[in-house]
Design a protein around this ligand. Sequence first.
Ligand SMILES: OC[C@@H]1[C@@H](O)[C@H](O)[C@@H](O)c2nc(CNc3ccccc3)cn21
Length: 602
Amino acid sequence: IDVVYRNANEPIEARVKDLLSRMTIKEKLGQMTQIKRSIATPTAITDLGLGSILSGGGSKPFENATTLDWAEMVDGFQRAALESRLGIPMFYGSDAIHGNNNVYGTTIFPHNIGLGATRDPDLIERIGAATALETRASGVQYAFAPCVAVCKDPRWGRYYESYGEDTELVRKMTSLVTGLQGKPPKDHPNGYPYVAGRKNVMACAKHFVGDGGTDKGKNEGNAIISYEDLEKIHMLPYQDCISKGVSTVMASYSSWNGTKLHSHRYLLTDILKDKWGFKGIVISDWEGIDRLSNPRGSNYRNAVSCAINAGIDMVMVPTRYELFLEDLAFLVESGEVPMSRIDDAVERILRVKFAAGLFEYPMTDRSLVDVVGSKQHRELAREAVRKSLVLLKNGKDPRKPFLPLDRNAKRVLVAGTHADDLGYQCGGWSVSWQGSSGRITIGTTILDAIKEAIGDNVEVVYEENPTPKSLSLQDFSYAIVAVGEAPYSESRGDNPELTIPFNGDELLKMVAAKIPTLAILISGRPLVLEPSLLETLDALIAAWLPGTEGNGITDVIFGDYKFQGRLPVSWFKSVDQLPMDAHQKSYDPLFQLGYGLKSKVR
Ligand SMILES: OC[C@@H]1[C@@H](O)[C@H](O)[C@@H](O)c2nc(CNc3ccccc3)cn21
């Protein structure tokens, strides 16, 4: 091996410098381009030397594609990239945000809001490591995770992607970066990207910055706060990710005091890169450049100029890549985008690719496929579910706790829209972008888990939507009723009312009026709980969006494990109180940040 950049024994910076010096302008711009899977062709990848391909939302090669089908797809794109003149490998990005969730048959962990309730950084790190393995098994080397938003308003459609409303809690949960990428050595330089090896993935701290602090929780909205508040509330978790060697940071669609983050030079360059010394890639969000102008995508050349000059290094175009390349070439030619900016961007991209070992190991390690959806990973997810559950009520009389339940009762009613729906308990970003109802993948619903856990002689009666008549026909020892939200992602989740969907409130009241009832709320955020409902229930659990391992819930409700989850967010009484601030005197929640009852093991 005579060329420096191909020699793995050379220092990364020497390899970066050597390779950059060999690249044409066209090849440099190609590296800054990320395109979506569905329009990626081997010819374009090879001829243009494209830097990256992604699955936007839940885009997959075909319905129910397995991990190996994904690996075939990714390796196909990689072979095309390696055919380019300089043979620079590409990386493939996917939203592996609670497991390798886009792929059928993988372990799907609780969404971040449930993980925030665990307050267990070590657990989160182990989840990151397991996620990295299942993700690499599919060929994907780049996970668009963690979202380190500090969520300040539950009306936000992405509230569940946040670990919580408290900055210090979110900071602790950045241990996901270490799980995903591996732990950097002691002397690792701050801000330098780090990926330990082939069982790890590049991570992505997102969305920089203030996505969780927009006015009224509007997705892609405007955070109207001082720089001091922006820094101490929303920016600190990024410093933790950077100190852990995070490889990439994704710019937010949202704005700060009226200026969009995708064109914010002060925050993307002066602070993130110059002041904090971040040496990895700043990547745009999907059509983040198009959304700089109104109507969307208009005046594109100017939008490209603003975003690249602000400090965006790689652009998730993801469709109109010829136009992007043409416009950027023109801007470089005209000097509106200086060559030094292009070189900085390409250096960062190459640095991450060398750090991630992609030049040495560009193809998928097919031996990893055995860990996908493995018992060990599902046990880890089950542990996370157990630790994420928050007990909000346990008995009408505190001296007589309702939980743990008697697993040897005579007859038990299981009811509700969310009792037997795997898709509902996984939430958004699960196999598809918006998630969906039904058996979307391999997993255990709450009903499945109850049938497994409960005594052999117990009669379990399942009725999704019981009527007063059907209830009066039989005697039940108790009822377990699961209700909550249908899945949603991004702006589809923006919601100003926050009442329990599908008339879950009425169902709970109707059942609890006749039978001692445990309510399980499956939701991405707190929802309205009327006092009349709370009085009627015997017990209430916030289960968030637990993912595929529903038996984590029965482990706790039948007393094999104690409740230990505590609210990662404030539970409002009414949406008129929003946004709530735990530090203010006027703070008057139904259940406060950190609340969570304990229970006894049986
Ligand atoms: O899936 C890639 C990224 C994801 O990592 C970001 O967190 C998220 O903001 C994101 N959104 C889209 C696609 N959004 C979209 C919204 C409306 C119409 C079409 C695409 C892609 N991505």
